[in-house]
Design a protein around this ligand. Structure first.
Ligand SMILES: [Zn+2]
Length: 174
């Protein structure tokens, strides 16, 4: 039985997982034709060789991840978890929340502390917005890295094809 190494749980039997299809770029719904959608949804390339595909650890952690698998031998070259590391700003936000909460509770008996409590609450709001912005910035940079890696791989393939075409032309001339 195929063993799939879940990035979070380690190697487990295939029956714990559900395949979610090859990693393919989705056509833009606003510009694509019905034919493009049908091709994307129902006519996979059925790759013979190395394939990057999504799997979900359904009977485990439930996480979605990418497996690079050789379809002929079921050899697995790599697994990639789709996670974004927590922003360090999140911890700052949590500390500020606790401080603001304590100060607001103390204002019941010490009204002098009210401006401090209000200031701390505003700092919580500011750090929450900064933390969210940082998170999305990391998210987009990760997506951008993946797209660029894919483009450069395609570029290498195209230049290989061009080199092979050039050789064929040479052979034909001879
Ligand atoms: Zn898992």
């Amino acid at each position: 039985m195929l063993q799939i190494p879940c990035p979070w749980c380690g190697p487990r039997d295939e029956i714990e997982f559900a395949p979610r299809g090859p990693v393919a770029s989705r056509p833009d719904p606003s510009t694509s034709s019905d034919l493009e959608w049908t091709t994307y949804l129902y006519q996979g390339a059925n790759t013979r060789g190395w394939l990057r595909e999504y799997w979900v650890h359904t009977h485990g952690c439930g996480q979605l991840f990418v497996v690079t698998r050789q379809t002929l031998t079921n050899e697995i070259a790599s697994v990639e978890g789709l996670v974004i590391p927590a922003s360090p700003l999140g911890k700052t936000k949590m500390i500020l929340q606790v401080m603001a909460g304590c100060t607001v509770i103390l204002t019941a008996n010490h009204p002098v502390l009210k401006p401090v409590g209000v200031a701390l609450l505003w700092l919580v709001v500011i750090s929450a917005v900064a933390s969210a912005a940082h998170y999305f910035q990391m998210f987009w940079s990760q997506i951008n890295d993946r797209v660029q890696a894919r483009r450069s791989r395609l570029g290498i393939l195209e230049s290989k094809e061009k080199a092979q075409d050039a050789l064929l032309v040479k052979d034909t001339i001879r």
